[in-house]
Design a protein around this ligand. Structure first.
Ligand code: PHE
Length: 358
């Protein structure tokens, strides 16, 4: 017993006077470590008779715990002493140059979507969203696709294995299903812009299985084709930052619009260099049309009361035209050199340099 008290006093004295964290750790090892003084006494218990072992065991355990606690609390105070002495001795030199840090950039897709939203926002369009995984009704049926339309077939559409109830889900092939969702949920007047991903089973220099579109929809009682043309011409002016670029609306076909058109923008090609906004050539930039009465009806609205227009443009396509990006596939290869070259500073506000005419 006496021997124990002596050992305790020695170790406690060592702990109290430990000069730093390293010294304290040495004391811990020499007391409680594998070959430590207390550990050695523990080992001796085995050779005692049971009565004596019980008593000695209890005292040894109590000692072990006491020492461990003392070491822990000394450690805490040594740590705060150390911090305090660092605070007192170290100085921050605010005149040092900053360390160079690499900054990320905004992907051209994000930048282009922001630009498009910034142009249509002041015309009264709000942003709407819908799911990437759609059902047949929203992606096709409500949009007036005939049952045998080729876009429903496997080679174009990514179908998801049917669910237990037989419902067939798919990755939406365009952003047009958002038109349906908005018309089902909101009463006109409606003016929305729906940016998002679309999916088609295709891969070459101008197609990737995932791409982006921005859908536009206007529904009220009196919107006509003149409004459609006005909005889209205004968009082309502002987006391409050219004054009154030549545009034309070429008759086309979509099941969900009637009449339907494709909008082309005038351009010229000189020695492979593409110039938007002048010249004898034409480039298609989007699809559009007056919303088909069957679509309005499928959403529970009366087509004799409500009408309007819709358009859909490929984000990658208009980004490639504006920023001179030649290959669509590079958008999704995550090559840092490409991202640095074509990316935008996160602090850039969408450009309206071309301006919206008053
Ligand atoms: N959804 C059509 C497409 O993906 C584009 C479009 C949208 C056409 C709205 C007309 C109206 O090609």
């Amino acid at each position: 017993m006496e021997q124990l008290t002596e050992l305790r006093d020695t170790i406690v004295a060592e702990v109290t006077s430990a000069s730093g964290l390293a010294a304290l750790d040495e004391i811990r090892v020499s007391a409680l470590g594998k070959k430590g003084r207390i550990t050695a006494l523990m080992k001796g218990l085995g050779s005692m008779d049971p009565e004596a072992r019980k008593e000695a065991g209890q005292s040894l355990n109590a000692l072990k715990e006491e020492i461990a606690q003392k070491i822990e609390s000394r450690k805490i105070s040594l740590e705060s002493l150390e911090i305090e002495s660092r605070i007192n001795s170290e100085r921050v030199d605010v005149s040092l140059p900053v360390r160079p840090e690499s900054e990320g950039t905004l992907h051209p897709i994000s930048q282009t979507i922001e630009e498009i939203v910034a142009i249509f926002g002041p015309m009264g369009f709000e942003v709407a969203e819908g799911p990437d995984i759609e059902d047949d009704f929203h992606n096709f049926t409500a949009l007036n696709f005939p049952p045998d339309h080729p876009a429903r077939e496997m080679h174009d559409t990514f179908f998801i294995p049917p669910q237990e109830d037989g419902a067939r889900h798919l990755l939406r092939t365009h952003t047009s299903p958002v038109q349906i969702r908005v018309m089902q949920e909101h009463k006109p007047p409606i003016r929305i812009l729906a940016p998002g991903r679309a999916y088609r089973c295709d891969y070459d220099i101008t197609h990737t299985p995932m791409f982006h579109q921005v859908e536009g929809l206007v529904i009220d009682k009196s919107t006509h084709m003149g409004h459609l043309k006005g909005c889209l011409i205004e968009f082309a002016n502002a987006y391409f930052e050219v004054d009154d670029p030549p545009v034309r609306f070429r008759p086309s076909y979509f099941p969900f619009t009637e009449p339907s058109a494709e909008m082309d923008i005038g351009c010229s090609r000189n020695n492979g260099e593409l110039k938007i906004g002048a010249g004898a050539d034409w480039l298609e930039i989007l699809g559009c049309g007056m919303v088909h009465p069957s679509v309005i009806k499928a959403c529970g609205l009366d087509p004799d009361v409500y009408q309007g227009f819709a358009f859909g443009m490929g984000v990658e396509r208009v980004a490639m035209l504006k920023y001179g990006i030649p290959d669509l596939r590079t958008f999704f290869e995550s090559d840092l050199r490409w991202l640095k070259h074509y990316g935008f500073s996160a602090l850039d506000v969408p450009s309206l340099v071309g301006g919206l005419s008053p």
